[in-house]
Design a protein around this ligand. Structure first.
Ligand code: AMP
Length: 417
């Protein structure tokens, strides 16, 4: 049975908490962005305040073996400073029995990087490149078998389990999903997870209508599942960014040198057909800011998006598109934004994306629910200073993308199930 942090009695209990402390470090092992650490603090603090202790577990980077470069020891001091208590460190996540047993209420222990063990991800390591299929199968079976012991060990440290790592919720790893089985009546989401799940539900399950999705970014291929899922759910589908040109080409438009994927034209046509059948309003770009080279200072020209000259490349949304989109956005009660509508990393082609961020902020002020998530639009709203002007900015790129593809996230299912 799923529990909730606010109603759970942590008095004298040890909570093992999966967080996402996969923070960027510079060459001196200093944290360059501690957002992920700060976002986990409300959950950790709550357990300590309510008389419990925490055993914190995370991965850092993608080590393939024990590797000091990816040690969580680099972040212990910072986690202690954020949490306001000295955090102890177990330098092997499989040998933390004593440290865990010694924890008193109000104390915290951080386990070393879970991914120092192949069992965390459950994928074999060190296989020869020319390994036969049988060898691969045997290696996979071996790691799956030892994964059970790994999970059991982690679970043995604690009385209850909290998952607050939304960034890895789309992975069925030992610490993100499998461990939940050991706590059938003592498993719960942390506040960050709860916030992310509510945000997704606000859009996909009980959205106030009209519901609009703005999908941008570079390629249709990376957002195909998102588009296919959303086209059955939304009232308006705004398709912008590089991926929009595949749709324009599918409709017979001339797109010059703009990014496009010919092999996805049938999919684009299928999405447009489904939208029509379901009465979904698809809004493509009508006007484009094009450049001659993929660089910031290249000369710019505005074209009708269906008629871009041969040697020009569409790189941003132009005013006529943005006006159409603004009208749709401001008439919506719920808006999901995924993917920039232009090459926003080049400041001269960031205006369209900035305008969308402004429109979302205005819609939010007017009472709409706005969620930004699953890719570069998060970087865009954050860089542009709009992160606190929308209703929710997701922390989980891949996890949010899979959620809006309509997939059930293993980390969520493990707690709910
Ligand atoms: P995604 O990760 O799929 O959300 O894609 C984000 C990337 O799409 C960013 O790096 C943008 O620069 C890129 N992008 C957006 N619009 C365009 C465009 N018109 N041409 C090329 N790349 C674009």
């Amino acid at each position: 049975m799923q529990q909730f942090i606010d109603s759970y009695d942590f008095t004298g209990k040890k909570a093992i908490v999966r967080v996402d402390f996969n923070v960027p470090l510079n060459e001196n092992f200093e944290i360059t962005d501690d957002t992920r650490i700060r976002r986990a603090m409300p959950t950790l603090r709550k357990v300590l305040e309510k008389g419990g202790s925490v055993i914190i577990m995370s991965h850092l980077g993608r080590p393939k073996k024990v590797d000091a470069k990816f040690s969580l020891k680099h972040i212990v001091d910072h986690v202690s400073a954020c949490l306001g208590v000295p955090v102890k460190f177990a330098d092997d996540c499989m040998k933390a029995d004593e440290a865990a047993a010694a924890l008193k209420p109000g104390e915290a222990l951080l386990l070393e990087n879970l991914r120092f063990y192949a069992e965390e991800e459950g994928k074999p390591r060190g296989l020869a490149e020319d390994a036969s299929d049988d060898e691969k199968k045997a290696a996979k079976a071996a790691v799956k078998a030892s994964q059970k012991e790994f999970v059991k060990k982690l679970a043995s440290y604690a009385d209850c389990y909290i998952n607050d790592a939304f960034g890895t919720a789309h992975r069925a790893h030992a610490s993100t999903a499998l461990i939940a089985d050991y706590f059938p009546d003592d498993k719960m989401f942390g506040y960050l997870m709860e916030g992310e799940i509510k945000a997704i539900d606000n859009v996909l399950k009980h959205a106030e209508r009209p519901l609009t999705a703005i999908i941008g970014g570079s390629k249709v291929s990376s957002k195909l599942a998102v588009l296919k899922n959303l086209v059955g759910k939304v009232d308006n589908l705004i398709i912008g960014g590089g991926m929009g040109y595949t749709f324009i080409k599918a409709q017979g438009g001339k797109i010059g040198l703009s990014l496009h994927e010919d092999e996805l034209i049938p999919d684009a046509l299928e999405i447009l057909k489904t939208a029509k059948e379901k009465g979904v309003n698809v809004s493509l770009s009508v006007q484009t800011v094009a450049g001659q080279k993929f660089e910031n200072d290249t000369p710019q020209r505005i074209f009708d998006t269906h008629d871009i000259a041969d040697d020009w490349e569409g790189m941003d949304a132009a005013p006529a598109s943005l006006e159409n989109w603004k009208k749709i956005i401001l008439a919506s009660k719920t808006i999901l934004w995924n993917g920039p509508v232009g090459v926003f990393e080049l400041p001269n082609f960031a205006k369209g994306t900035l305008q969308i961020a402004e429109d979302l902020a205005e819609a939010t002020r007017n009472g709409a629910y706005t969620l930004v998530g699953g890719g570069d639009s998060v970087a865009a709203v954050t860089q542009m200073g709009y992160a606190d002007k929308v209703s929710y900015v997701s922390t989980g790129g891949g996890a949010m993308l899979e959620a809006i593809e309509g997939k059930e996230l293993p980390g969520v299912a493990a707690i709910r199930g």
